[in-house]
Design a protein around this ligand. Structure first.
Ligand code: NAP
Ligand code: G4F
Length: 330
């Protein structure tokens, strides 16, 4: 007789952008979803408020292995998605040790907890295109060598290789998704896309006069977060674990993003954008563009939202948010 119980998944980083989309996706598939949340004096459940009565929340921190073991013992998930990280590149220059503890060693703590509690748990690691850094080839694939340009990128390289190592050493079903930048109306306000769309909406409504940015020439391969969480799930449904690049295959500059976002509300970005040294990085990643052939062929994954639609979606959502039409993040 086959097991009819719903599959249970544990998501670390469930309060983040990707965690909220992945939780929605898994709930729609009939999963029981457990979210690992670290203790803080104020809860940050804004992105998952609409899901809260369908989720189980468990306390745990990537800095504390005992809490991870406890969470796994208590909830016995079949799949674990490790999305938790100190994920902001700029902050990683100011807090390199904390970034390493969370974004690098945190992965080992979670993998080790799985090895101890139940090695049959399937594991997803949120690797990043930041690992390619000063790119060695264009476009980047799973075989492109890494050359990270920030403490965050270095920490992600460690997280990537420890995932491969646990797969090879202990035969864990551990996969690593090398995801290129993905955005949405739920993106944190510190990341450049949301910083731009929020400012565009605010300027349009007469609440802000200018937008101060750093390097306008940096190029990124931007996609929609809602499309990318599906690839995470598909990786854990394969017979064999592997590493996959997930991207749109297009690259655009920060300048182009500004141009499109302001133009969406009939404005010229050149009248409002001011370049400010404070937002420049000690070392920059100039160009990212990926090749998702493996994910498309093996997983059957395709992105659905293109660059123009993504920009429009984010600007429109920020106008609605600032006008009070949305209670929370859409
Ligand atoms: P995000 O919005 O910054 O969310 C990060 C999550 O990690 C939050 O839920 C945060 O919890 C949690 N967290 C931080 N430190 C923790 C700790 N010590 N213990 C437990 N939880 C902790 O990031 P995202 O954009 O959703 O990205 C998800 C993952 O994908 C991250 O690992 C990121 O590095 C990676 N990634 C993202 C992209 C992208 O373009 N978005 C691309 C490639 C890879 P709090 O709410 O308590 O802060
Ligand atoms: O939006 P960003 O901060 O994202 P970044 O550094 O590419 O990192 C994001 O994507 C990675 C995947 O490649 C993830 F792993 C990571 O967790 C995160 O989600 O910056 C994008 C570009 C950079 O080149 C930056 O220098 O925009 C440039 N930029 C120009 N002005 C700015 C600004 N970035 C920010 N955050 N703020 C600015 O004012």
């Amino acid at each position: 007789m086959t097991d009819q119980r719903p599959r249970r998944a544990l998501i670390s980083g469930i309060t983040g952008q990707d965690g909220s989309y992945l939780a929605e996706f898994l709930l729609d598939k009939g999963y029981e979803v457990v979210g690992l949340v670290r203790r803080s004096s104020m809860v940050s459940f804004e992105r998952i408020a609409h899901l809260q009565d369908r989720l189980t929340i468990v306390s745990g921190d990537l800095l504390d292995e005992a809490s991870l073991i406890e969470a796994l013992q208590q909830h016995r998930p079949a799949e674990v998605y490790n999305l938790a990280a100190q994920s902001f590149v700029q902050t990683s220059f100011g807090q390199p040790v904390l970034t390493g503890e969370t974004t690098a060693l945190g992965v080992t703590r979670l993998l080790d907890a799985i090895r101890i509690v139940d090695p049959s748990i399937r594991f997803y690691q949120a690797s990043s295109s930041e690992m390619f850094g000063k790119v060695r080839e264009v476009p980047q694939t799973e075989d492109t060598p890494f050359h990270p340009r920030s403490p965050y990128g270095v920490a992600k390289v460690y997280g990537h290789w420890i995932t491969v190592n646990y797969r090879e050493s202990y035969d864990l079903h551990a996969s690593s998704g090398i995801l290129f930048n993905h955005e949405s109306p739920r993106r944190g306000l510190e990341f450049v896309t949301r910083k731009i769309t929020h400012a565009v909406a605010s300027i349009y409504l007469g609440r802000q006069r200018e937008l101060r940015l750093g390097n306008l020439e940096a190029k990124r391969d931007w996609g929609y977060a809602g499309d990318y969480v599906k690839a995470m799930w598909l990786m854990l449904q394969q017979d064999q674990p592997d590493d996959y690049v997930v991207c749109s295959g297009e690259t655009h500059s920060v300048r182009e993003f500004c141009e499109l976002a302001f133009a969406h509300l009939g404005m010229d970005y050149q009248e409002f954008v001011v370049v400010d040294e404070a937002f420049m990085r000690p070392a920059e990643v100039d160009l990212l563009v990926g090749n998702a052939d493996r994910a498309e062929r093996t997983l059957g994954w395709r992105r659905e939202v293109g660059f123009g639609d993504l920009v429009a979606m984010m600007v429109d959502a920020d106008v609605d948010l600032l006008q009070g039409k949305l209670k929370g993040l859409s």
